[in-house]
Design a protein around this ligand. Structure first.
Ligand SMILES: *Cc1c(COP(=O)(O)O)cnc(C)c1O
Length: 228
């Protein structure tokens, strides 16, 4: 408990210092605790320090934790790659999905989200630095995707999510430029409020560039062991 509390306070301090350096209000940057590979007990301890937003990457692992921790008021974010055949669970169990990069995925999430639940918050994942990976739409595709996804019921399109290559801070600046460009053309600019970028090693650069949500795992929970 003390360790997690200490780690969280340290991360919050780093966020605050980056905000001060960037002349930004510290309330504009939210901390998402990335808890993949860590057991439910650890999330529960982290929750007790005041952390209520958690991000998970692997669906089955996440569903087990959501079940185990259902008595806690956790806001669950899915930050992994979204597979087309897994959208139903995401639509039912999560508050946010960050990795949407195709219209068909958004359509499925919208159809599968119960209208009685609050709308599912969505970030479009963009391959901002032309990485050789399948994840994320191209920057040129964003405007059209925003137009289409904004029309779907049961979703609330909030902004962009990027995972640039390490040591590439310019990618954060490019993401912010794209984010602002969309906002300037948006029919409801106040709804376009989230730029999800920055992890343990690069959160200061991301905040300098304009991140509104940093996704932090290692700096909060320690190194991950993928063999367990
Ligand atoms: C694992 C992960 C993180 C957290 O990374 P750390 O370096 O441990 O802070 C953030 N975002 C995504 C998409 C991840 O998969």
């Amino acid at each position: 408990m003390n360790d997690l509390n200490h780690a969280r306070n340290h991360v919050l301090k780093q966020i605050e210092q980056a905000c001060i350096a960037a002349h930004r209000d510290v309330n504009q940057v939210m901390l998402l605790a990335v808890s993949k590979t860590h057991p439910s007990e650890m999330l529960s301890e982290m929750y007790m320090t005041g952390q209520h937003a958690f991000g998970e990457n692997y669906l089955q692992e996440a569903l087990d934790k959501i079940e185990a921790l259902q008595d806690l008021d956790i806001e669950w974010h899915f930050i992994g790659h979204v597979q087309r055949n897994k959208t139903k669970h995401l639509a039912e169990k999560f508050a946010w999905v960050h990795g949407v990069d195709r219209l068909i995925i958004a359509e499925r999430l919208s159809n599968q989200r119960e209208a009685t639940l609050p709308p599912l918050n969505i970030c479009l994942q963009v391959n901002i630095d032309a990485q050789d990976s399948k994840d994320g739409c191209q920057p040129e595709e964003v405007a059209e995707l925003v137009r289409q996804v904004s029309q779907l019921p049961n979703l609330k399109l909030r902004g962009l999510m990027v995972i640039p290559a390490p040591d590439h801070p310019q990618a954060f600046v490019d993401a912010k430029t794209l984010f602002d460009h969309v906002k300037a053309q948006h029919a409801h600019p106040e709804d376009w409020d989230t730029l999800s970028m920055g992890m343990s090693n690069d959160m200061a650069h991301a905040i300098m560039a304009g991140s509104t949500m940093v996704r932090v795992g290692t700096a909060l929970f320690g190194a991950r062991d993928y063999h367990q």
